[in-house]
Design a protein. Structure first.
Length: 156
């Protein structure tokens, strides 16, 4: 049994680092659902890593963005309906991201909050039908150390 415990302990940091393969969710055709209309509301969820995952020095954050096309905010600077990107907010920093994944560097030890916020091309927050900012939040268990995943980046 000690071997199993050591193996699991050694693998625990890797669980938070390697994102699952990205598969876009199936599109809702509106057929066969009792006449419900297709959901056209913009949205986003953090899908990786899992809540309270142990990470060392960095984390690959993967999001599922719905009904918004992620575009390069350096080229597309004007707000266009249905286009945008998201900001990852962490440790009093933010990283703009235009792909479903971004690698963030984490320096503070302990539980840290990471928020993904959906924004327009001009970086203004996207709002839902209730005028609330479209965002999702994740808590990570951070240990200081060298990031072994590469250099933190916005997925480019």
């Amino acid at each position: 049994m000690p071997t199993l415990s050591l193996t699991l302990a050694a693998l625990a940091p890797l669980v938070a680092c390697a994102p699952p393969p990205y598969t876009a969710p199936p599109e809702d055709t509106g057929e066969g659902d009792g006449g419900n209309e297709e959901d056209t509301a913009a949205g986003l969820d953090i899908v990786w890593p899992v809540a309270e995952a142990p990470v060392t020095g960095c984390a690959m954050v993967v999001v599922d963005v719905r009904n918004v096309t992620l575009v390069d905010f350096m080229v597309n600077t004007e707000a266009v309906e249905g286009q945008g990107h998201y900001h990852l907010l962490f440790e009093d920093k933010y990283l703009p991201c235009a792909t479903p994944y971004c690698l963030i560097g984490l320096e503070s030890e302990g539980f840290q909050t990471v928020t993904a916020q959906l924004v327009n091309n001009d970086h203004s927050p996207m709002l839902d039908e209730n005028e609330a900012v479209i965002e999702d939040t994740l808590l990570l268990d951070v240990t200081a150390g060298e990031c072994t995943l590469g250099t933190p980046s916005a997925g480019y």
